[in-house]
Design a protein around this ligand. Structure first.
Ligand SMILES: NC(=O)c1ccc[n+]([C@@H]2O[C@H](COP(=O)([O-])OP(=O)(O)OC[C@H]3O[C@@H](n4cnc5c(N)ncnc54)[C@H](O)[C@@H]3O)[C@@H](O)[C@H]2O)c1
Length: 299
């Protein structure tokens, strides 16, 4: 297949590009190369890079020409930035998704929309099922929930062939240092204490980006009924546990607690039984192995 990956020069997008190529697909990337996107992330791949904005209908229409499917990942993704200025999040994540949906409707190709566990907000126990109500807790999550709403409506009202993928926190190669794990590894290797928000009791589920990409490879080829996929690692850790482990692995002097993040959600979790069964997928990278390999890469 010919697959367009929006945001393919970012962290997760560049892993998906590699997986799709390994699966035999030809890949084109549409990416604006914002502060979070790098052409170098595509080094060694055969992907064609189109530098452009997902909010520009002409750019998106041209990028879709000759494609069989689009994996839509272009987004503003850092929660803390969204708390300072939500505007780019509303623009790229919501308006950008509307533009992609319109373009998919015009040419009738399949859309795989990448969303997040954050749309549901927090849960004390268990995981959110696919049709649980959305209760986003920060501007980033709200923009992703709104984008999901648009995808659902364009499916219902205009017959766009769409599937939605929600996944938990990813970590792995090429992640921007503003994100927790990548930032902690940098600090640890620089011999500095790892900064953790609040008491570090927020709980996240950690999936290696190559496991995410393997699942995306299967979703692109999936011909069954499922329209919403939940990709979870079942590997929950408090931020404090995660930082303390990275401190040990990097030889950092320890962890430093700093002011809590505004609107911090206590725990994210997805119920993923159906997705695993339908895709025949499960994560392969154990957290400690993934962290050790990543630290070795960054040294
Ligand atoms: N990182 C996670 O743990 C996580 C978890 C769940 C879901 N997601 C979702 O996965 C997707 C990818 O996340 P990531 O962590 O790789 O993000 P990232 O910030 O590393 O990459 C985003 C990419 O989108 C590009 N981009 C931004 N605005 C654009 C625009 N207007 N036009 C074209 N390209 C633009 C950037 O240049 C960058 O290459 C996002 O949709 C995100 O919401 C991420």
């Amino acid at each position: 297949m010919n697959v367009l990956v929006t945001g393919g020069a970012g962290f997760m997008g560049s892993a998906v590009v590699r997986q799709l190529e390994a699966d035999g697909h030809a890949v084109r990337v549409l990416d604006l190369l914002t502060y979070a996107g790098f052409a170098a992330h595509l080094a060694g791949t055969g992907a064609e890079l189109v530098v452009g904005d997902v909010c520009d209908p002409d750019v998106v229409q041209r990028a879709l020409q000759g494609m069989d499917a689009v994996v839509h990942m272009a987004a503003e993704t850092h929660v803390e930035r969204s708390l300072v200025d939500a505007k780019p999040f509303v623009r790229t994540n919501i308006e950008g998704t509307r533009v992609v949906l319109e373009a998919c409707r015009d040419v009738s190709i399949q859309l795989i929309h990448v969303s997040t566990d954050e749309v549901f907000g927090s849960t004390d126990a268990g995981g959110f099922v696919e049709d649980a109500p959305h209760l986003p807790g920060n501007p980033y999550a709200a923009s992703k929930a709104a984008a999901e709403g648009l995808v659902r409506v364009w499916e219902r009202c205009y017959g766009v062939r769409a599937r939605t993928v929600r996944c938990v926190n990813n970590y792995g190669p090429r992640q921007h240092a503003e994100k927790a794990v990548a930032g902690w590894i940098r600090l640890g290797l620089a011999g500095q204490p790892l900064r953790v928000h609040g008491a570090g009791q927020a709980v996240r589920d950690w999936l290696h980006v190559e496991d995410f990409a393997r699942a995306m490879g299967r979703i692109v080829q999936f011909e069954g009924e499922r329209s919403v996929f939940h990709l979870a690692a079942r590997c929950h850790r408090t931020n404090l546990e995660m930082a303390e482990r990275i401190a040990v692995l990097t030889g950092a002097p320890g962890v430093e607690l700093v002011a809590d993040r505004r609107g911090q959600d206590a725990r994210y979790a997805l119920e993923d039984e159906g997705t695993r069964a339908d895709l025949g997928w499960a994560p392969q990278v154990a957290l400690d192995d993934g962290l050790r390999a990543l630290i070795a890469l960054e040294r």
